[in-house]
Ligand binder design. Structure first.
Ligand code: FAD
Ligand code: EPU
Length: 338
């Protein structure tokens, strides 16, 4: 029997620290709990699944049955000479899973150290950092289909992974509960240290022959120096995606701003750091009341204490409008607005 609590405070369960209350709140701890949800739904309410609450902004009191996913477990399900396969409960904490892999010398996930949240949320926006995305490592995503009331799974190719995107953010949005994710990791390292300043960080530590632990530690150091800690100041990481524009659009910006950064994506497109666009519009370090734009990383909107979700959302709308006016580029929000 699933335990249901009423008027449950969620301020500690979302990294923006929004002081909202769930009308009803429950925790699921095993896969089988999913199948008893429909029969127990208070007032027939739909569910809102909560992982670590690190990619959502509550702009109103939730009007759903909030279900926190704490399905745990790391199971070795396959192994050959070069790879191992793991099935991991959706409620495992992401960074702890990364540390587990490093401790067991399972390679390929080390660049994704210190990303907040849960394993189950990782496929939803195909989390990525420092040149690696989880789509390179996921083999299957298991889920409970809320409408059909059945367990099902998708293979990697059917998840339609894209940059901060997947089928779970699109067609399947709101229709599933991810229960476990399967991973394939290498037994031998193939380090990716070309992104950002990982190499410089390793050099500064005088590490000439790094292992996966060294790379993870370098990533942790870089991330800690750039991104605000949600325990100290409320935020949900990058609030916007980095826009991908046609090469001509980027070239036109370059003609005006010779230092405009851009990274080729395939043949026709260039990814422009949204942080740069936002900084050019003079938002870096902006603060109004307790809603602000982080002074070191303008892609991150912050709650300095008592900002409301609406204030943060309205600030994001103003930023989108000014980037659109100056550059003709429409930024897309990455964070899930609730
Ligand atoms: P939540 O915020 O709890 O949920 C996000 C969405 O997924 C919601 O819509 C929720 O309903 C849904 N959901 C969650 N779990 C399930 C489930 N099991 N089944 C069905 N639906 C579910 N992201 C990156 O990609 N790269 C980064 O480098 C990065 N850095 C960050 C740094 C900081 C400081 C912060 C605060 C965030 C950062 N993020 C980053 C964003 C965030 O960490 C990821 O999006 C993460 O995957 C969210 O996990 P979560 O468990 O907190 O999801
Ligand atoms: N930049 C500025 N001004 C700044 C900061 C950055 O102009 O104040 C420009 C610089 O040109 C810099 C570039 O932005 O080179 C990129 O900055 P950074 O390396 O910090 O990465 P990002 O593009 O801002 C992305 C992800 C992060 C991820 C990092 C590292 C998105 C939306 N964000 O940020 O993911 O950790 O790369 O790989 O793709 C998240 O999704 O929540 C997130 C934090």
């Amino acid at each position: 029997m699933i335990n249901i609590e009423k008027d449950y405070a969620l301020d500690q369960l979302n990294t923006f620290g929004m002081p909202v209350k769930a009308p009803y709140f429950s925790v699921i701890r095993e896969r089988a709990d999913c199948s008893s949800l429909a029969a127990n739904a208070p007032e027939g309410l739909p569910v809102l699944i909560l992982g670590g609450g690190s990619n959502m902004l509550f702009t109103q009191q939730p009007d759903k049955w909030v279900i926190k996913n704490e399905i745990k477990g790391i199971e070795l399900i396959g192994e050959d000479e070069t790879h191992i396969r793991l099935k991991v409960g959706a409620g495992e904490v992401w960074h702890e899973f990364v540390l587990y892999c490093i401790a067991h010398n399972y390679c390929g996930i080390e660049n994704l150290a210190l990303i907040p949240g849960t394993v189950g949320a990782a496929p939803i926006q195909n989390i990525g950092a420092y040149g690696v995305e989880v789509k390179q490592l996921i083999t299957k995503v298991h889920y409970w289909d809320i409408e059909k009331e059945t367990f099902d799974y998708l293979d990697n190719k059917d998840c339609r992974f894209g940059y901060r995107d997947s089928i779970f953010k699109q067609e399947l949005k709101g229709k599933y509960i991810i229960t476990e994710v399967e991973w394939q990791l290498s037994k031998t390292p193939s380090l990716n240290t070309s992104y950002g300043n990982i190499k410089e960080e390793l050099d500064s530590r005088q590490i000439t022959q790094p292992g996966i632990k060294d790379v993870a530690e370098a990533v942790i150091a870089i991330r800690s120096s750039k991104l605000p800690d949600p325990k100290v100041v409320g935020n949900a990481g990058s609030f916007f995606k980095n826009p991908e524009v046609k090469n001509e659009v980027y070239e036109a910006i370059r003609a005006q701003y010779s230092t405009a950064p851009g990274y080729k994506v395939g043949q026709d497109k260039t990814k422009i750091p949204a942080a740069w666009l936002i900084e050019q519009c003079n938002w870096k370090g902006f603060r109004e009341g307790d809603a602000g734009v982080h002074p070191k990383q303008p892609l991150v909107l912050v709650n300095y204490g008592t900002a409301s979700g609406t204030e943060i959302f309205e600030l994001s709308t103003r930023i989108i409008a000014s980037v659109e006016e100056k550059f003709g580029i429409t930024l897309e929000r990455e964070v899930q607005i609730i």
